[in-house]
Ligand binder design. Sequence first.
Ligand code: G3P
Length: 222
Amino acid sequence: MKIFLDTAIVEEIREAASWGILDGVTTNPSLAAQSGRSFKENILEICEIVDGPVSAETVGLTAAEIVSEARLVCSWHRHVVAKIPCISEGLKATRALKDDPNVRVNMTLVFSANQGLLAAKAGANFVSPFIGRLDDAGHDGMELIRDLVAIYDRYGFDAEIITASVRHPRHVVGAALAGSHIATIPFKVLQKMARHPLTDVGLARFLKDWEKVPDHDTILKG
Ligand code: G3P
């Protein structure tokens, strides 16, 4: 499963990239606002850090506006993917952009298997089901991932599922077990994934015992 970072903060992206596990980045208007920077400047800096898809969201509400904004953001850098909301005008725009070799679409704000089915049929390259927000509303977000994996497999859709609105490490394990192609993860959740209290306890014990090795203070110094 590919790992994307769900953030517009370049410091977080730089750190995750340095771990060697980062395959892409997703942003949205709320995350762009949190960065406090010019949208284009920020997206371009992210594109230089990560060698993979970087989602930049359109805000138009008609198909014509969405198509024009999608073409614009994708012209900024070859890594940019246009993130388009799953509304009927967004589906129309996605279909219109399907044969444009310079535009890839990530259909976002997907909350049902029917929306995911329509997004794939319209030709989206990526589809983003928001599982945390479904959980918040009393549904089982992970069930949507399982349904979409089954539907796409069964009919051979090429769209890659990006499990989004990830709130905790269990969501990532669930997405991986369900067969999601990608999980887009907030930096705080990524940090939690890398840690385990028993690793910390084990390391502290090893370091303490290491001091009892006679040549401990010189042998690994080169
Ligand atoms: O990028 C879209 C999505 O991941 C948002 O997550 O936590 O705002 O529901 P959240």
